[in-house]
Structures are given as C-alpha cells and as structure tokens.
Design a protein around this ligand. Structure first.
Ligand code: S3P
Length: 450
C-alpha cells in the first residue's frame, strides 16, 4: 500500500512500484513544512489498550503503516471490532477479559513491537494462540520476553526453546514477579506490564537504563495505577481500563530523517510540525545539538499525555561526537540516520554500547557500515558499535535496504548529499513505519544537481 501524506506524486509511485527502487539525486536547498505522521509505538499501544478497555477508544492521527496494520489484524482475529477510516481508528474494546481465541495464527509480519507486546497480552489469556512473522522477525530474539512470561506461569513453545517465532502461547493463571531486565527495552517492559494486568498480585520490571515510557503514560491515561521509582515500574492486577480518546503525536523517529536531511543538505531550511518530544525519545535531538546542529524547538505543547513541538532545522556544520551510555535507548532507532549525519561531520563519531542494533530489523551495525562504504564513507565496526570517519565527500551509490525500513530511509538521505545519482533498492519495507516518506521526501526536494 502506498500513500502520499500531503501531495499526490504519481510519477514517484510508479517508479517505486515497478522496481521498488528509489532514485535520488544530489540536491541543494531543501525547504518547506512537513507534518510528521503519527508515532508507531503510540499507535500500536493505543490499539492494544483500546482493545482491553471497556467502551470505545477513538484514535486520531493513527499511523497507517504495515506494522500498525498487523496489530489491527491480530486484535480483529481475537474478536475486537476495529473501524479504520483514514487517520481515525475506532476500537470497540471488550474489557480485560473480552478477547476470543483466534481461529488462525496471528501474523505480526515485520513488527517486533506487535509480537513482544502481544506476547504479554496472550500470556494473560485463558486460551492457546500462535504468533508468527516474516523472515526478519523470525530471526529476532524473543527469550527476553518469553523467559519472564514463563516465570509468571505462561506455557510457551517455539523454535530455539521459545526464543524465535512462530510461538505457541497458552496463558492464564499468571503470578506477579519482580523482573530485572538485562536490556533496556520498552518492548520487554511493556510486555510484562501488560501481562501484569492479569497476574496475581504485583508485577515489577526494572531496566538498566530507562527506555521509552509510552506504555506507562498511556496506561495511566486509561485509568491504571502504576508505581514508578527510578527505572522500576510496578503494576497490580485487577485494574480496569476505560476507553479514551487519543491523538497520536508525530513520530520522533520519522522526523529524524527530515531533521538530518535539513542539517546536511546545503542551503536548507525545514519546518517539521507536530513532532513528539517525549524525553525518553529525544536522544537524537541532544546528540545532534552536541554535534553543532541548528535546530530550534518551538511551540511546545502537550497532546493529552505526550509532549510535542515544532522543529525548525537549518543547514549546519556538524562535528563528530561520542554517542554511548545512557543516551543509547533514547535514540536507538535513529542511529542509522545519525550515522549519515556523522558521515558529513568534521572528525570521527563513535557509536558505542549499542549492541542492541545487531537484533533490530537487520543487523544494523553491519548494514550501516556496509552501505556507508558503498557511498565512500569510511567506518570501523566493533561488537557493540562502530566508528564513522566524517567529512567525507560521498559519491552516489547503488544501495540496498536488506528489507530494513530505517536503512532504506537513511541511505536515501545520504544520497541527497552524494555526488551524482544514487539508487536505493528494496524500498517497499519503508511502508512498515513511514508510508508517507516518499511523498514528503519529494515535497521538500530543492534543486537537484546530480
Ligand atoms: C519500541 C521499542 C524499541 C524500538 C522499537 C519500538 C516500542 O525496541 O527499537 O522500534 O514501541 O516499544 P526495544 O524495546 O527492543 O528496544
């Protein structure tokens, strides 16, 4: 499915459908205003909590991406009526105990968030269900969620001792646990909090560094009480959720591609509207500001339980930085495009403590380094990170996405500052998180010099 967010762009659509290839020329002078589409993490969660609530949940600015459609499909298979009209979605919740056993296998396709959060919910159900996904998802580790869910009492079978999809879950009769996660993962935290809604007593999750907190904010908004102390969140079972109205803020991770494009393409100025600035997601802004980026954050406001703002981005001279430690979970999804910013920065940029990148939609440490090299950007890979040697003059390249949406979009941004014309192959995956990308990318395009 392809859709342009603001302006129709049939020529680009045709090109892309025929070859799933994006042709990008060296450019100058990006300009315009971009309304950033809805946040993926928040869109998933609003469907999930809406389904478990009593009454209607109306979601505005819902992200119509493939990943979020997989979540709609899964809950529909469990008897939830979901009406999806444009950017407005209505979920007719059936309460905490209203899900029905699905008649067929649930398919999360490429979506790790659908899978891991859903596993938490399925663990609480008194029925057996099966969940699977595409080739990339079937390679991603699930033990980090299935391990503690088993400790709570769920019976889970699957490949690799329950580490890989397809997984079969027989839920019910859960008991609360206190779990110390080794990884800072919002998906682990959220899965256990959702299972905790069904578990006897209290369920607590601690993480080494605080990950995105959309689940906690939204649970509270739906009427659930949580105890939050430092990096530990506790939930008690037996709490009821009540359907609400939600307005999804623009996705910080989608905005990142346009932020970096505006910073590195000469003579550019972009206004990005409605960008989520939840502090657990704004590592990208902090890292870029440290690198010398000219980004103004204006019109700060709250949309219900999440903060948003507009961003004004201007071409900047960037300098290299060290990016590691506590900031990593707050910018983990933005590292591919941050690496592109680093390629144009003066000096080297070191990414460390980012081993999680190896288990994303692709092994991003490998795919980032391999693709940057094709553009003539020097990198050095290590176990948990990589170094980008900046200030290079990238040359146009034939790049591939490895089926990873964020690699495809990051390389499209790099192509804007690379000499000549570049080709990004296998770009259909962009629809998993940002179907509007192509239309918006075209809309801001300035003078092409390639
Ligand atoms: C997400 C959490 C992060 C992030 C992913 C979305 C979420 O994953 O990378 O794209 O919505 O909870 P981890 O929890 O594996 O870090």
């Amino acid at each position: 499915m392809y859709s342009c967010y603001l302006a129709p762009c049939p020529d680009l659509v045709e090109k892309r459908n025929a070859m799933e290839k994006l042709i990008v020329k060296n450019s100058r002078g990006l300009s315009g205003t971009v309304l950033i589409p809805g946040d993926k993490s928040i869109s998933h969660r609003s469907l999930m909590l809406g389904s478990l609530s009593s009454g209607k949940t109306i979601i505005g600015n819902f992200l119509q991406s493939k990943d979020c459609l997989s979540t709609i499909d899964s809950f529909s298979k469990m008897g939830i009526r979901i009406v999806n009209k444009g950017s407005k979605v209505t979920v007719f919740g059936r309460g905490l105990h209203g899900l029905r056993a699905p008649k067929t296998i649930l398919n999360a396709n490429n979506s790790g968030t659908t899978t891991r959060l859903m596993l938490g919910i399925l663990a609480g159900q008194p029925f057996t269900s099966r969940i699977t996904g595409d080739k990339s998802l079937c390679r991603r580790p699930m033990q980090r969620v299935t391990g503690p869910l088993r400790e709570m009492g769920a019976v889970i079978f699957g490949k690799g001792g329950g580490n890989y999809t397809p997984l079969t879950v027989t839920g019910g009769n859960l008991e609360g646990i206190s779990f110390k996660s080794k990884v800072a993962s919002a998906q682990v935290k959220s899965a256990l909090l959702l299972a905790g809604l069904y578990a006897q007593g209290q369920t607590c999750v601690s993480e080494p560094v605080k990950s995105r907190d959309h689940t906690e904010r939204m649970l509270k908004y739906f009427g659930v009480k949580l105890k939050i102390k430092g990096n530990t969140v506790c939930i008690r079972s037996g709490q009821k959720l009540k359907g609400r109205r939600i307005e999804v803020p623009g996705d910080t991770s989608s905005a990142a591609f346009f932020i970096v494009a505006g910073l590195i393409v000469p003579d550019s100025k972009l206004v990005l509207k409605n960008v989520g600035i939840n502090p657990t997601r704004t590592g990208i802004l902090e890292a870029l500001l440290r690198m010398g980026a000219k980004i103004r954050i204006v019109n700060k406001r709250n949309i219900k339980f999440e903060p948003v703002a507009d961003l004004i981005v201007q071409t900047s001279s960037l300098k290299g930085a060290v990016i590691g430690g506590k900031i990593i979970p707050r910018l983990i999804d933005e590292i591919p495009v941050l690496a592109v910013a680093a390629a144009r920065a003066k000096g080297k940029t070191v990414f460390k403590d980012a081993g999680e990148l190896r288990v994303k939609e692709s092994d991003r440490i490998k795919t980032i380094c391999t693709e940057l090299a094709k553009f003539g950007v020097r990198t050095k890979e290590s176990k948990n990170g990589f170094v980008v040697y900046g200030n290079s003059k990238p040359r146009g390249a034939k790049s591939i996405s490895y089926g990873d949406h964020r690699i495809a979009m990051a390389m499209a941004v790099l192509a804007l500052v690379s000499k000549g014309t570049s080709e990004i192959k296998d770009t259909a995956c962009i629809d998993t998180s940002f179907p509007e990308f192509f239309g918006l990318f075209r809309k801001i395009q300035g003078r092409q010099t390639g």
